[in-house]
Each structure stands twice: as C-alpha cells, then as structure tokens.
Design a protein around this ligand. Sequence first.
Ligand code: GLA
Length: 518
Amino acid sequence: MKKILVIPLGALLVSTFFLSRPQAQEPAPIVHAADDGLALTPPMGWYPWNVFGEEPQNERLIKEIVDALVASGMRDAGYAYVGPDEGICFSRGADGRLTPNLERYPSGLRALGDYIHARGLKYALYTDAGTRTCSTAMPGTKDHELEDMRSFAEWRSDYIKIDWCNAEGLDIVRTYTTLHDAQHAAGRPVVHSLCSWGEGFPWLWAARIGHMWRTTADICAPGRADWARAMRMVFANERLSAHAGPGHWNDPDMMIVGMPGLSDAQNRSLFSLWCMMASPLIAGNDLRSMTMAAVETLTNLEAIGIDQDPLGLQGRILWTDGNIGIWGGKRLFDGSQAVLVFNQGRYPADARIDWQDIGIDPKAACYVRNLWTRQTQGPLTGGLSVGVAPDDVAFLHISASDVFPLPPIITADSYRVSLRAENRAPRILTGAVTVTNRGSAELPVWTVRAGLPAWLSVKVVKNGRSQTFVNTITTAGLKKGFYHALVRADNVEPVSGLPMSSLYYVLDLEVVRDVSRK
Ligand code: GLA
C-alpha cells in the first residue's frame, strides 16, 4: 500500500484562505474565553436534537434522560451538560421577556435546572441569534440579547447553544460578541456554544467570546444516523486542528454513537475520532434505550481521558496508507501520545507505525496500550504493526512507561445545595457537595474563591479521590427571604500544573422568618 503524507499545513492554508472573508469588526472586549476558567477541557454532555428533533421534547423526556445519564454511569464518566433544545419558550411577555412553555415544561425552566443540578449535572439550554430558532418554534434573541441572557441566568443555565437561523443581515462577529457580553452582564458562568455550522469561520475569531463553535452542518437529520455524512463532518473538522485548545473547541456536532443503524465498530470509531479531535463529547442518542455496547463505548474512561487531556491538542491525520488513516499530533499531559488507526475501507487491513513518523526516537522502547482491547504491549522498539477491521479503529496510547495516567475527570453528586432556616433563634446549618476525580492523579485540595457572603463559609475536606465541600451557614440576623451564593473553586492538574476547569455550584437558602442576632 502507498503511504501518503498529509501536509500539516492544511489548517494554515485554510486560515489564510479564509482570513480575508469575515467582515471587519471591532476587537471583542473582556476576556479570552479561556480566562473565565470554563471549558478548559472539551464539554461533555447530552443534547436532544439528533434523535428527537423538536416535537417530543418536554420536561418528562428530559428528566428521564437525566435519570438515564446517572443510571448508565455516564455522569460518572464525565458527561455533565444536559437539557432541552427547541421549544422551551414560544412567546414573549409584554415586558419583552421570554415566557416558558408551561405546557411542555409544567414545573418551569428554573425547576428543570434545579432537578438537573441536584443530580450532579449541568443545565444546557438553547436559543438562536436571529429572529426565530431554526424550527421557528421559539423567538430568537435578536434585539433581546440582554433580557434573554438574564432569563437563562435566572433559570440557572450553565451552557447556552446559540443557533444562527433567521439571522439574515446580521453581522455574525458583532452579534455573537453582543451575546457574549450579555452573558457576562447576566452574571452566571456559562459555556457559550456557537452554532453557525462553520458560517463566518468562527474558528478565526470566536475563541475570544465563546468556548466552542460548530464547524459543520448537522451530523444527521433527527432520528436518522448517517455514517457517510458523519465522516464528512470528521474530515471538515480535522482541517481545523490548529484552532482548538483549552477554553475554545472545534465542534463537529453531537455524536451519533448508539443511534440505530450504526455497527459497534462504527460507534467505536466515531467515538475515538471525537476523542482524538478533542471535540466536545455531546451524546445525541436515546440514553433510555441504548445497548450495553453503546454504554461501554460512551463510558470508556481511557478514551475519554484522551479527549479530556489538559493540553487540549486536537489530533489530525498524519498520513494515509491505502484506506487507512493514521491520526496523531495529540501529545498528552504526561509526555505520552495518542495515535488512532482508522480503516475506512471495505476489507481488514494492516498498518505499520514507525516511531520516527510519530516523533519518537526509533531506538526508544515504548509501551502501547490499545484503548478498546485494553491490552498493553511492550516494550517495543522501532514501531508496531496493527490490523484493523473495516470501519473500525485501533486507538493507541503510546508511552515510555507502562503506566498510563488518566487526566482528572471531575464529577459531582450535586451542583446545588438547598437549605431552609425556619427558626427565629440563630442556627448553624450545613450542606455538602462531594466531587470525585475519576482520573488517576491525586488532586490538591480545591481552593474556594473569595467573595462568599458573610453568612456562608465553605471548608473542603479531602477523602482519597473525593473532596467534600462542607457549607456552613450562620443564620443570625438574617431577614426573611431567599438568598443564594455561587461557590467557585479552582485547582490545577498536578502533573502538568495546568489549571482545571473551574468548579462551581449554587447554594440556595430560604429564611422563613426573621432571625434574631443572638
Ligand atoms: C440547528 C442545529 C441543531 C439543532 C436545531 C434545532 O439545525 O444545528 O443542532 O439545535 O437547529 O432547531
């Protein structure tokens, strides 16, 4: 078979070609999105569109999906962002604010967020930058940016996907910048997910104002997984590897892993490609009825560890060998690297990987871990040969050591503490949030950010891989009413010293009657 080297200048040429295309804009104010400490690794979660489209989305469905996320082990594998897409609001009130669609969401949109947060998950919502959303079911944010971002913050959304339908005549950079500024003004940390399907070349400018941007059209029509179409998304996204990094990711769309019509090999391959490209891992299948094989694919922690690597490099095709593509360029936080061998042909095929072709000294002895068979070979010098079945992959972790550390994957039992103070006499109330690192490095104790209200103190207690945030409330002198505090905490990945995505949760306190001072 003929080996064809893929020139890694691809992304550079694409950028140069596209650079002249976006319209002139003022520089975006505020921070590079990465500076806000959000999405320092690719967001993980679930979104409804691929399987459901608009119509069946409602409170019951989303709650069932949330429960399945937890029960299937996906939450504990790092999937966090979950929520509805189209159809949460059909109209605006006289004050211009969005009116929640109570027929579909009878408990209201804040209550849905509370349900999600109480189960250790983050609340994702959807809107559109134009006059209406893509299905035209919902009003878009045009001319209501601040009001809408305030509503999303009041509903406690942690992630907002903003579509680009019905946006004729709008300047894309200015519009998404206005939305970013409105999100900041609304005062709640939120992952800004731009969805213009590559229109306006967001990879060239959106890192300043967003955390992820769609690079391609929809991966499938609702309910109809399409392997060939998904592969087009992969190769369009692959060219953009130079533009991804911590806090700013190329998004080739929700995954179709586990949807009817895909083989186990195709599920494995698609998942590996997403991990290799440091793509947001947003599942798009029906979590209530997936096969065990799909669960095992979606929760393979060693593969997820490649996606969630703190260096945040997006892998790319290094060379092709017949129908086989060899993907690399994904150095990992401990100095090891990931290599993916993907067979797009109709027959089983072998590929040879020589160390020098992936930047390793040919004399070096390396260990190779296959992330799907979970077998380790080595020490090997010079390189290795692998056989790969059609539509399948060999997903390899190559290291000088036979220990393959997993980067931190942080999960929580809850992102909301809710307490009630009922007595007139002062009391001490406590509530806890426990976060667990599913990765292998020992994390330092989380540092809680300053700025908590006087009635709240937070102490972090470490217990092996878990750390408990003990929240202590002193009710003395509090007036009747509702109080809340956003507790944020920071940490670093101990091997690389890189910052980790900021952890935060909400503490809600209801004071039923005025409390005396003593
Ligand atoms: C667009 C997006 C999809 C989905 C729908 C909702 O097509 O690309 O992911 O959000 O809108 O209408």
